[in-house]
Design a protein around this ligand. Sequence first.
Ligand SMILES: [Fe+2]
Length: 254
Amino acid sequence: MRFAVFSDIHSNLEGLQAVLDEAERLEVDALLCCGDIVGYNADPNACVELVRSKGVRCIQGNHERGLRELDEGVEPNMNPVAMEALLFTSETLNGDNRDWLLSLPEELAVEDSFYLFHGSPADPDEYIFDAFEAAYAFKSLAFEHAPPANLFCFIGHTHICAAYVFDPENHRVADAAVDNGDRYGMKPGVHFMFNVGSCGQYRGGIPIASMCIADNESLTIEFRFLQYDFESTQKKILAAGLPPFLAQRLSMGQ
Ligand SMILES: [Fe+2]
């Protein structure tokens, strides 16, 4: 099967649509999302409805958990701008979409072939930015999750694409920045972790929506960086009264 894997939609309808259009053009068999469907941008209901209508298999991210924490009277661990967007999201979401978001699992094994996590295999809030941080996460992936699905996984949360490789025989972890069109082939016994970036607020310095195409038969992964109409997204952010920084950062890719 071929999968389109993406993450951190963050209520960005234009970014999500670009990813779904590419997935349709490539005729993938299934759609997967590593969490943070809402937050930051202005279209929470439209994004949730599109994800649900397309049958995207999703896990929850820290922004979905933030909604639950608000319900429970717990202060979410977020910076002031993210918090303002979370409150907007909470007020804007309809009950059905909110219930669906809160029903999502924290991790998912897909076809016994690989796993989806939000932050890392060890912790949904953990950011992995380099090989050192990845080394701890690989321990959880390799030893605490069931084989054969633990040979590779997809994560998000940092909003920057990356690839990490762990060779258990040599106890070495390698990391790599990835670019549009980069392909990886899996090797038996070697564990891989791919960060699919973000289709709603990419932070790698370019204003794109990112995704991966994964084939669990040929065991190949390909990254895709997609142009999208971020100017429309920016206008909606400002019209909704969200912090202007959230609009500015989209054109900077930050
Ligand atoms: Fe996120």
